[in-house]
Design a protein around this ligand. Structure first.
Ligand code: SAH
Length: 226
């Protein structure tokens, strides 16, 4: 008879198949038709059911965003996979995430990169994600409760920066904190509408090129100008 872990394993397999199919279907827009083996393994390695509430357990492995409290959401797995693929972190990479939320995307990044820094503006979410990731055994993730608009200057520069909330404009500090050769993956646009997922690439001479990837819908990056 199948026990709980078999069911979870099967649900995660089906989710991966869905994510692979969706990547192929959106390839004409994103330029990314296949996910690398590393990204698939990272997605397979993170127990998404540990990042959602008890009421959401049944749908933890459905390819959709889910509420995590305080009006925030854990992103859709396909979007997590695509953004991770676009960031292309290597095992030596030091990456920054803005918008820790549940900590799920941080965990996926931590499977691939050497070190993950993540910034969350809601104290309760920063605390619960820190506790959850520690309990799951992640030791290469550090979370800070702050306004991610300003990045994390003390640990810069970063090989890659991934923003999981929609910014009206690209925060200048994030571009500044990117290494030459580094990549910034960020949804840009007005809240309450579709935003455009963008990839900014900084070359060796610090020249930044941007490309539009896919229309997306994220919760807003909240920033109160000083
Ligand atoms: N990556 C998350 C998704 C989180 S949703 C996950 O895998 O679960 C976006 C998160 O960005 C929310 O938790 C929200 O509180 C946070 N956020 C919004 N504005 C922010 C800001 N200025 N700085 C840091 N975090 C912010």
């Amino acid at each position: 008879m199948a026990d709980g872990s078999d069911l979870i394993h099967a649900a995660r397999r089906r989710l991966l198949e869905r994510v692979v199919a969706e990547t192929r279907e959106t390839g004409d827009l994103t330029g990314c038709y296949v996910l690398s083996a590393g990204v698939l393994a990272a997605l397979d390695g993170v127990p998404r059911h540990c990042f959602v509430s008890a009421e959401q357990l049944d749908v933890a492995y459905v390819d959709q965003p889910l509420p995590i409290g305080r009006g925030q959401t854990i992103s859709q797995p396909f979007i997590v996979a695509l953004m991770t693929e676009l960031l292309q972190p290597n095992p030596q990479a030091v990456v920054l995430e803005i918008g820790t939320g549940s900590g799920y995307q941080s965990a996926v990044l931590a499977q691939l990169a050497r070190r993950v820094y993540s910034v969350e503006r809601i104290p309760e979410l920063a605390e619960s994600a820190t506790r959850r990731l520690h309990e799951l055994g992640y030791r290469n993730i550090e979370i800070r409760n702050a306004d991610g608009w300003y990045g994390w200057e003390e640990n810069a520069p970063f090989d890659g920066i991934l923003v999981t909330a929609a910014a009206v404009d690209v925060p200048p500090a994030l571009v500044h904190q990117l290494k030459p050769g580094g990549r910034l993956v960020i949804p840009v646009g007005e809240p309450s509408r579709c935003q455009m997922l963008r990839v900014l690439q900084k070359d060796a001479r610090n020249i930044v090129e941007a490309r539009a990837v896919l229309p997306v819908a994220f919760v807003p990056l909240v920033h109160d100008p000083a």
